[in-house]
Ligand binder design. Structure first.
Ligand code: FES
Length: 176
């Protein structure tokens, strides 16, 4: 007759060694979590960083034909109040003449206000107002941009970047 009281090997009571193993694993998880939390916490931007991620610009003092440069996230942003004739001229340029074809209408929200990041798309210099296209000339290697911030003469391959922005009022814009 078979002994029915004998325990099967996989049903054995937890030994002292098993309990120690489980306890160690739990400490391990808590330990990792406490190391990860400060890392995750460091990745959350503080309030000063969030404030720098947006820049509000008062457009009232910028007369037609004037440019200003503001700092946004450590980069220069060019803001130009374009007179109607300048808008007409950039809108009349055939796409076939452009190195990085893009309509002026796609680059602005309000016809007279051009807002672009002032970082040359060649190697990152800051262009100055000037050049042959009513826009900007990069002093580093001679790239030229027009009054829509579109590259018209290389070696820069791309138009000046249009940052994210919103008009808060007709005379106030928030970049970022
Ligand atoms: S960095 Fe502007 S042309 Fe080279």
């Amino acid at each position: 007759m078979t002994d029915m009281t004998m325990a099967k090997p996989n049903m054995a009571e937890p030994t002292r060694r098993d309990i120690l193993y489980v306890a160690t694993a739990a400490v391990g998880v808590v330990g990792v979590a406490s190391v990860i939390w400060p890392l995750i916490d460091q990745m959350n931007p503080d309030l000063s960083t969030l404030a720098l991620s947006k820049t509000e610009i008062d457009l009232k003092p910028i007369a037609p034909g004037q440019n200003i440069v503001v700092k946004w996230q450590g980069k220069p942003v060019f803001v130009r109040n374009r007179p109607p004739k300048m808008v007409e001229e950039v809108r009349a340029v055939p796409m076939s003449e452009l190195i990085d074809p893009e309509t002026d209408q796609a680059r602005v929200k309000v016809a007279n206000w051009l807002i672009v990041v002032g970082v040359c798309t060649h190697l990152g210099c800051t262009p100055n107002v000037g050049g042959d296209y009513d826009g900007w000339l990069c002093p580093c290697h001679g790239s030229q941009y027009d009054a829509s911030g579109r590259v018209r003469h290389g070696p820069a391959p791309l138009n000046l970047l249009v940052p994210t922005y919103e008009f808060k009022t007709p005379t106030s814009v928030v970049v970022g």
